[in-house]
Design a protein around this ligand. Structure first.
Ligand code: PXP
Length: 243
């Protein structure tokens, strides 16, 4: 299972003071040294954390794959086509939200999504769609020609009681199986922490996790390399049981 580390919140600290530190590129280098499989950043339309130059710099300097989270906004799509990240993950975006809320509604935005998938594919970029664990959305995702889906794990992560968490986990397991049966690669992310990652990491069909806030939060106390190592260890323990 690959671990993509989302470093948006390193930029959040920098932007809190509109200064030059901490630098996301330095975080990306340390994440790479910690043997993560990829760097994930979200270039938001409002540029609240990651800035355009961060994306270009990370793409130029970092050797491990860059996964660019992005909306369907034309300006952002054009930047993605210019940067040519290894992978683009299409997400919905609402300026009022604190973080991404809910998956992309592929059904409602089918033509727009399909066109963006085609344009990204022409530049050789792998495309993943961030969607809720719902069969209909998975079928639509497949129809757009996307290579992968990233299952939104937010409802699982936010569940208040065990029963609710079990129900959400079941939805994710079924969605992963279904997407895989359609030939889609399966990723997952959002709200994953050191406490809740293991049941998700134990889902055989999921090939990649993208985790940000929890790793950056822990790195404040233990450093980013140790924070990545601890997360990898939990993923390894969950996967090992599958062998
Ligand atoms: N995956 C996607 C598509 C996201 O939008 C985000 C948040 O930027 C993440 C993963 C990471 O979420 P978190 O910061 O809660 O780990």
């Amino acid at each position: 299972m690959r671990l993509g580390v989302n470093i948006d919140h390193v930029a959040t600290i920098r932007q809190a003071r509109r200064t030059v530190e901490p630098e996301p590129i330095y975080a990306a280098l340390l994440v790479q040294e910690a043997l993560a499989d990829g760097i994930t950043v979200h270039l938001r339309e409002d540029r609240r954390h990651i800035q355009d130059q961060d994306v270009y710099q990370i793409k130029e300097i970092i050797k491990i794959p860059l996964n660019l989270e992005m909306s369907l906004n034309e300006e952002i799509v054009n930047i993605a086509l210019d940067v040519k990240p290894h992978q683009a993950t299409l997400v919905p975006e609402n300026r009022q939200e604190i973080t991404t809320e809910g998956g992309l509604d592929v059904d409602q935005n089918f033509d727009r999504v399909k066109k963006v998938v085609e344009r990204l594919h022409k530049k050789g970029i792998i495309v993943s769609l961030f969607i809720d664990p719902v069969e209909w959305q998975i079928e639509q995702a497949k129809q757009t020609g996307a290579d992968a889906i990233e299952i939104h794990t937010g409802s699982y992560a936010n569940a208040k009681v065990d029963r609710e968490r079990e129900i959400e986990l079941e939805k994710i397991i079924n969605a992963a199986k279904y997407a895989s049966s359609l030939g889609l690669h399966v990723h997952a992310g959002h709200g994953l922490t050191y406490e809740n990652v293991k049941p998700i990491a134990a889902i055989k069909e999921i090939e990649e996790l993208n985790i940000g806030h929890s790793i950056i939060a822990k790195s404040v106390f233990v450093g980013i390399k140790e924070a990545v190592r601890l997360m990898r260890q939990l993923i390894y323990e969950a996967r090992w049981k599958l062998v």
